[in-house]
Design a protein around this ligand. Structure first.
Ligand SMILES: [Zn+2]
Length: 113
């Protein structure tokens, strides 16, 4: 499952970060999920809980924030925001777009104890 491997690398990352800073427990994780990432919030939350089991991140609260994708429009020469995959440029209606971000997961903050 796609989400399972994402959840496992997220757990690895937050545990490593917390440990390096001398904390033994992760109590909260803020995860930014791009709207174009095809990741289901419910699925990632479930997988995160499973992946965190028996690690310092066990029982950590997962906060999911959805983020619109940023894309560069070759027609407008502007950075525009997309809310879903396959959407045309909101300015000119064109499809000459290069997605710059919003298609991935990113840990934005962690809470440690
Ligand atoms: Zn455009």
């Amino acid at each position: 499952m796609h989400e399972m491997s994402l959840a496992m690398s997220t757990v690895d990352l937050v545990v490593e970060t917390a440990t390096r800073q001398g904390f033994s427990k992760v109590t909260g994780v803020w995860l930014e999920v791009g709207r174009l990432s095809c990741v289901e919030a419910d699925t990632i939350a479930f997988c995160f809980e499973a992946a965190a089991r028996a690690t310092p991140a066990e029982g950590a609260r997962l906060h999911i924030e959805h983020k619109g994708a940023e894309a560069w429009c070759y027609e407008c020469h502007l950075t525009v925001t997309l809310e879903r995959r396959g959407q045309p440029c909101p300015q000119c209606g064109g499809f000459q777009l290069r997605v710059a971000q919003g298609d991935s997961l990113r840990v934005t903050n962690i809470e440690v104890a």
